[in-house]
Write a protein that binds this ligand. Sequence first.
Ligand SMILES: *Cc1c(COP(=O)(O)O)cnc(C)c1O
Length: 424
Amino acid sequence: MQGSNDTFAAVDGALHCEGVSLATIAETVGTPVYVYSTAMFRQQARTFRDGLKDAGRVHLAFAIKANPNLAVLRVLAQEGYGADVVSGGEMQRALAAGIAPADIVFSGVGKTRRELTAALDAGIGQFNLELEEEGEVLAAIAHARGQRAPATLRINPDVDAGTHAKISTGRRENKFGVPIDQAVEMYGRLAELDGLSMRGVAIHIGSQLFDLAPLEGAYERVGELVAELRRFGHFISRIDLGGGLGVHYKAGDVPPSAAEYGDMVARVTQDWDVELMFEPGRVLTANAGVLLTEVIWVKPGAVNPYVIVDAAMNDLARPALYDAWHDFVAVHPSGNRMTANIAGPVCESGDTFAMGRDIDLVSSGDLAVFRSAGAYGATMASTYNSRALVPEVLVDGDRYAVVADRIQPETILAAERVPDWLKA
Ligand SMILES: *Cc1c(COP(=O)(O)O)cnc(C)c1O
């Protein structure tokens, strides 16, 4: 099961999202389409917060790269979440969703001068610095404007998070953060700068973490660093512990619960006397979304048949990018099963969602969903193969709304130009 109280369930043999039949959404909006459950977003947001109830002063910032849809941000803002942003575009979204600038944290290894300036204009709450030069540049821009930028220094604790290489961020050889053994001196230099107000340190060691031990090890290193920084007389008021908590994608997956995570955090940080910041992404949204698709063909294959669906790697990149697993479930399951490969129409062998999978028996014209698609799904979509940009629908009880339009190929074509010299 995908959540403690699954909001995607069959009603009279037909898969629903809360009170809305997915067949109705397919009929009115078309496929492929992402469908999100407001109740599940709220449930996950509350569960994560409750898990941290013994962790003292806590600030929650949703890592909006996981699902930056404006309506989703509104729901999470209503649940008291600020935003962790990694680009100027994400900052614009957070502000447009009504998130207070003070509740916005700017992470990311390549913030440009233009983005730093825009974030100072907006008056965001915190910059997580990724290298010393970034701090110097930010300080200079802020000082010239008569501002002091609130900042933390992102540490690379050199731990192996035990997750997929493409979502590991806390190893020495990764591009993120500064080496922990250089942190004290660097922090000291940054704290001297007029345009900065250094508040503490930040870490984020990776995503889809199933083992709390590497996180605990990293947090302990942070604790030692904080003690050392304080010995040097630095004022430390905030520690940003990042995101990364794993979620259930397939049968047998047992990610740490929010309560287990929270207990670990409370134990490790009990003497820190700081405001703890968190940047959860996936854990809040992954299981609140599905990608609804229609079977185009069932094509005979050498070993197993290929179920060719109208969703593709451009709509949901995770299987192609990380060999990720998404459960595939028929909207009207007959009870019969088949063993099949599932693939999209894109002209790449990598456009394959599953091989040799035991699934509900489906045939041409049937509807099905890829589950657990609410994080790193629509946000990674592209228009590769000149396909439309996939739309998004938000369900709340018995109502639903299209919260992102399907952007048709002609709209994208209209933004392209043939220069004069090619027109003759
Ligand atoms: C991606 C990211 C997160 C969120 O990670 P999840 O695994 O989705 O929780 C948090 N902080 C930073 C800096 C990130 O880059």
